[in-house]
Structures are given as C-alpha cells and as structure tokens.
Design a protein around this ligand. Structure first.
Ligand SMILES: Cc1cc2nc3c(=O)[nH]c(=O)nc-3n(C[C@H](O)[C@H](O)[C@H](O)COP(=O)(O)OP(=O)(O)OC[C@H]3O[C@@H](n4cnc5c(N)ncnc54)[C@H](O)[C@@H]3O)c2cc1C
Length: 385
C-alpha cells in the first residue's frame, strides 16, 4: 500500500541511513554479534551523522525536529538490513523524552549536548530482579541526606538495555513509602552518573536474541546522587513513566513491523532461489499462499503503525492506543516471522541466515516495554472491564 506518513525529507534521511548501515554496520555486524556488544566509539559516529540529535532542541546541539517519524525510519532501516545499533535503541527512543519533558534548563544544558553527540550515552532502569510488570513494587531506595545535598541510592536493577555502555542512567527509586490508597506514590527519577562510587555494572546477560545489545544488571550501594540530578518532582516518578511508556510501546510496535516486513523479503528471496524437486520453493502454491498471507499481515501492521505515528506526533496517542498497537504488531510479527522461517527449512534455523536472527530478536517484543498480558490489562481497563 502507498504510504502517506513520510515526506521527501524522511525519504532523503532513509537513503543516507541505508548507505551508512551498509558501510558502517553490516561489515562489522558479525564481530559485534560474537562480542555481544557494539563498541562505544560507534555511537560517536551515530552522533556525527546526526541520528541522536534529531529530536534534541537546537539550543542543545540537535536539529530540534518534533517528530518521532525519524526514529521510525531508523527502526525500519535496521529491520530491513537485519541489524541493530545495539543498546543505543533506548538512548533516544526511550530516554530523550524524559529529559526534554522533565529536565530543567540547567540539566538540559548539562546532558543534552552529550546525548546528541553520543559522548554521553543514556539508559533507563525501571525493572528489578523482583519487579518487572508490577513497577510500583520496586525496592530500590533513594534517601535524602541530612544536609540535603544528595540522595543515597541503594538497590539493584536488571535487564537494563545499554547498561554496560551507559554514562548516565535514569534510575527509578523509592523516595517515600507507598500510600495506603496509592501504591504508585513515592517513586522518583534520578539521572545517575555511572562513574559514582558504589555504582556497579554486574553481569552482561546472555540473551537468545538481540545479541549486539548490552543488557546488564546494575547495583547501587550507598551511591551519593547529587540533588541536582533528581529529574522532575520527587515522588511523582510513576506518573512520568505513564506519560512516556506510550512512545516506548509505539517504538516497539514499529520495530516488530519492520522485522516482519524484512522477514517477508528474506523469505521471498530465499524461496525464489532455493530449488527442490526440480522447482523453486516459491513455485509451490503453499509458499505463495504463506507469503501472501504474511504480506497482508505486514500491510495491516504498517497501517496501524502509520496511524500510531501520526497520532503520536499530534500528541494524541493514548496509553490504551499504544497498548493495542504493541499487542497487535508484536503478536502478528511473531506469527509472520515464524512462517517465514518455516519457508527456509533447516537453513532458517542457522544463525548465518538473517531470518534466524530475526526470529530470536523479535521474541522479546512481546515481553519488554510491558508484556502482552500487561497490554491486555491496559486495554481491558480502558474498555471499562
Ligand atoms: C532484552 C530485554 C531488555 C530489557 N530492557 C529493559 C530496560 O532497558 N529497562 C528496564 O527497566 N527494563 C528492561 N527490560 C525488562 C522488561 O521490561 C521486563 O522483563 C518486563 O516488563 C516483564 O517483567 P518481568 O521480566 O519481571 O516479568 P514478570 O513481571 O515476572 O512477569 C512474568 C509473567 O507474568 C505475567 N504477568 C505479570 N503481571 C500479570 C497480570 N497482572 N496478569 C496476568 N499475567 C501477568 C507476565 O505477562 C509474564 O508472562 C528488558 C527485558 C529484556 C528481556
């Protein structure tokens, strides 16, 4: 279907990015994949290219474009090539809105230029070993010191994307106990400098997919976080998470759509090339039907994400809209990628083939940013159930 969501500027950016991915990512990808991390210096190249600064306001070194569509183009091009920019996926798509929306001018001055250039990499730490879906149950604490100059941070986080390479991490911690009628009260956000004493990066987790992304455990032992690094108001952190999670979920939906679209392309190319019983696999009616059904699903996902992008740019994407988008696109993408892998036969199970990596990379879309079950809870609540 002809898309109307992108302008000539987006398409020009797409061309530049595609060439960059071909020359700067594809040749190194196997090495990054084997090492389980993207070298930090690579992020400076992304900064130089302007990828990190697109939505950073001009006065802080960015291009000041108020649209998420460029992030969607990045996601589509990474999916198309079957690669990723590692843990930096959260740097802009997740962390930037917290800073533009909540930081003071003084904080923006300190953090945003480095964010745009790639010199200061950001991650976000909500999940804890005992608490993922139920964020209000988090145990990490931040206690204001007697002299009021700093908070003392104690606790642990897990599954933190970009956790190894991060220079600053937006850490969610309890600054007050929950209220009897409001479990969400008492959480605050801190932009923690990862070089502070007591801040430690634990294991880099060994994942089945997204192998170039550094996903880590973090721990905090009496970390003295200056009061200047509190983000937004004390105890209101949960509402800030609520405001920013729709963009995270939209971005996961776009990623899932991009991976499904790539899977169909990979499967079509493979089946047109592979000959068995004296014919190409693509010539079997089953292959044509499978590919056609997958293409129809991808078209449906595309319409949904395009609508989501328009609504998000107009500040009209609700939490329930984002949950529906994430639920539908991630579940549909899993089905499409599985069918496309099947069309590859045994080669689809071998990591050398991009479809195998896509299969493993895609699986987490139904888990992180809120599981499919949590998305259903949000949608059901919005329906008044
Ligand atoms: C690769 C990866 C990267 C990640 N990156 C980050 C990151 O950068 N920052 C960060 O903070 N977190 C990150 N996460 C964490 C992620 O958001 C959580 O894993 C996710 O929210 C689920 O939490 P959990 O793992 O604790 O599962 P649990 O909450 O323990 O859930 C277990 C099961 O119970 C189900 N369940 C939970 N609640 C309900 C309910 N009310 N009704 C029915 N079923 C329910 C869940 O759907 C799931 O199936 C990442 C995770 C992964 C795997």
């Amino acid at each position: 279907m002809r898309r109307t969501v992108y302008t000539a500027d987006h398409e020009a950016f797409r061309e530049t990015l595609r060439a960059f991915i071909e020359s700067e990512v594809v040749p190194h990808y196997d090495e990054w994949y084997a090492n389980g991390i993207v070298p930090k210096e690579f992020y400076l190249k992304l900064g130089e290219l302007g990828v990190f600064g697109i939505e950073v306001p001009e006065e802080y070194g960015g291009a000041g474009i108020e649209s998420f569509k460029y992030q969607a183009v990045i996601s589509e091009e990474l999916g198309r090539a079957g690669v990723s920019f590692g843990g930096s996926s959260v740097h802009i798509a997740l962390c930037l809105p917290y800073l533009t929306g909540l930081a003071t001018d003084e904080q923006k001055q300190r953090w945003l230029p480095g964010m745009a250039s790639g010199e200061t990499m950001f991650a976000i730490a909500m999940t804890e070993p005992g608490t993922g879906s139920d964020l209000a149950g988090m145990k990490t604490t931040a206690k204001l010191s007697a002299d009021g100059t700093h908070y003392v941070l104690n606790g642990a986080k897990t599954f933190i994307t970009g956790g190894v390479n991060a220079d600053r991490v937006i850490v969610c911690a309890r600054t007050a106990p929950p209220k009897d009628d409001d479990r969400r009260y008492g959480i605050s956000l801190f932009v923690v400098d990862t070089t502070l004493p007591g801040y430690a990066v634990g294991r880099k987790l060994d994942k089945i997919g997204l192998r170039t992304s550094d996903t880590a455990e973090l721990s905090f032992t009496d970390v003295q976080v200056p009061v200047e690094d509190l983000l937004g108001e004390e105890n209101k952190g949960f509402s800030y998470l609520g405001q920013n999670l729709p963009q995270e979920r939209l971005s996961i939906a776009v990623g899932a759509y991009s991976q499904a679209a790539a899977a169909v392309r990979f499967a079509q190319a493979y089946t047109e090339d592979r000959t068995i019983f004296g014919k190409t696999v693509a010539s079997f009616q089953n292959s044509k039907f499978e590919l056609a059904a997958c293409k129809a699903k991808v078209d449906a996902m595309e319409s949904c994400v395009d609508r989501g992008l328009e609504l998000h740019d107009a500040h009209e994407l609700t939490a329930a809209d984002a949950a529906s988008l994430k639920l539908f696109c991630t579940e549909a993408a899993s089905d499409v990628i599985d069918r496309c892998l099947q069309l590859h036969g045994g080669y689809g199970y071998i990591n050398e083939y991009p479809i195998a990596r896509l299969y493993a990379d895609n699986r987490v879309n139904r888990i992180y940013g809120g599981t499919s079950e949590v998305m259903k809870s949000i949608i059901a609540k919005d329906m008044g159930l």
